[in-house]
Write a protein that binds this ligand. Structure first.
Ligand SMILES: C[S@@+](CC[C@H](N)C(=O)[O-])C[C@H]1O[C@@H](n2cnc3c(N)ncnc32)[C@H](O)[C@@H]1O
Length: 152
């Protein structure tokens, strides 16, 4: 099973990226980060549209697509692991996650998503969402493997 993260922006060295990398390095799943960035200064609506195109282009065809969105569904870590486990058991080859930029995800990306999940109703900086996702993926891997990292 391959996991792709398509995300707006380029990660820079620093503590948030260190946390992200700490967990990503511990994943046994094949993991691919695809960063997208529009260099032209565009008005917000155009920028969001352009980012949507680049994000959707960065996702493997046929992937189960998960949008990270504050308006999405709140899952427990066990439910998140179960979602990934069901895809794994149904031989889904590719799972992709998308994280938007400062103005969020365009509706087109939200409606293309198989699932939309939230890390709470508060807005997090997009680089912190990468770190949160990385930890939850590691936690899901541990839950699915029966490893005691996660405690209910
Ligand atoms: C700075 S936020 C954008 C906020 C923007 N106002 C919006 O309406 O989505 C950048 C990205 O981080 C992710 N994000 C931020 N907060 C989140 C949360 N609570 N749950 C899930 N994803 C979140 C989303 O992918 C969002 O597009």
């Amino acid at each position: 099973m391959r996991i792709t993260l398509a995300a707006v922006g380029r990660g820079k060295p620093g503590p948030v990226r260190d946390v992200y990398q700490h967990y990503i390095k511990r994943l046994n799943w094949h993991f691919d980060l695809r960063e997208v960035e529009e260099r032209k200064a565009l008005p917000p609506a155009q920028l969001k549209r352009r980012e949507a195109e680049m994000l959707l282009d960065a996702i493997p065809k046929g992937a189960a697509l998960v949008a990270l969105d504050e308006r999405g569904k709140n899952l427990s870590s066990a439910e998140f692991a179960q979602m990934i486990g069901q895809w794994r058991d149904n031989s889904v080859q590719d799972i992709a996650f998308v994280i938007g930029g400062a103005d969020g995800l365009e509706e087109r990306v939200r409606s293309a998503a198989t699932r939309s999940i939230s890390f709470g109703r508060m807005t997090w900086p997009h680089m912190m969402v990468r770190a949160l996702l990385a930890e939850q993926l590691y936690r899901a891997q541990s839950i699915l493997a029966g490893h005691p990292y996660h405690r209910e």
